[in-house]
Design a protein around this ligand. Sequence first.
Ligand SMILES: *[C@@H]1O[C@H](CO)[C@@H](O)[C@H](O)[C@H]1NC(C)=O
Ligand SMILES: *[C@@H]1O[C@H](CO)[C@@H](O)[C@H](O)[C@H]1NC(C)=O
Length: 254
Amino acid sequence: MWLIALSVSLLPAIYVVCSRYQLKVTTLCHQALAWTLRLLHRNVCVRSTHAFVFSNCTHGKADSVLETFDLYAETHQSVCIGPQIGEVLDDLVKRARPLLVLELGMHCGYSSVRMLHLLPPAGRLITVELDPLTADLGEEIILVAGFKHSQFQVLNCSSAEAIPKLHLSLETDQGTKTGFSLVLMDHNSQEYLPDLLSLEKEELLCPSGCSVLLIRRHQSADDLKAVLDHIRSRADCYSIKTELQYVLEIFYQK
Ligand SMILES: *[C@@H]1O[C@H](CO)[C@@H](O)[C@H](O)[C@H]1NC(C)=O
Ligand SMILES: *[C@@H]1O[C@H](CO)[C@@H](O)[C@H](O)[C@H]1NC(C)=O
């Protein structure tokens, strides 16, 4: 909520700066305005998706929660990954049978529920969401879908802050100090490469195999290229599994 308040209060300032230094900063201003509008739009979208799903699904049933999300996406623009990428995610979870999953960027909780739904009984999800409102609403949806706090944890901070502290969250899992075997990145695409490097550095990627799924959104072309360059330079431990219009799947094995 404070982000919306901050963004709205910044609009006049952005406008004044824009008109005063018209020539030099036009691009910068356009970017700032576009960013603010995207943020506002995202928050409105998260709220309305949440309200729709919360009031129209059968509580306690993950299937119903997912169906209601899909129903919403049929008639509204949504920030969730949608059924198409959802199916790619389902296949991956069924194939990898991951015990520990890391999600960066939870939007409305759709992909969290979709993954939890197919995890093996001992599987656990840690999801990181920077925006407090989105984190709260997403967590509520996961609970509405019938999952328990023993199966998931929502970390309400940036991925850069979360990753170095993930060891602490993992220490509570006896015998699962092997790291994540599935990582879903759907946050700010500029963080994809730094976060991947940081996960490597902290030895959080399961050495016997970890799938990393990167969601492609509008502005992520350059950021994904940076990731692909890194993957290609580290052919000893990385390979590209699938490259589709909306997702990129890479595989890490040491
Ligand atoms: C629940 O679904 C109905 C019918 O699809 C829709 O009209 C209504 O707005 C939804 N509820 C909310 C709170 O969005
Ligand atoms: C996220 O942080 C905010 C403010 O620090 C807090 O009010 C909220 O409960 C947190 N949400 C979750 C899911 O931890």
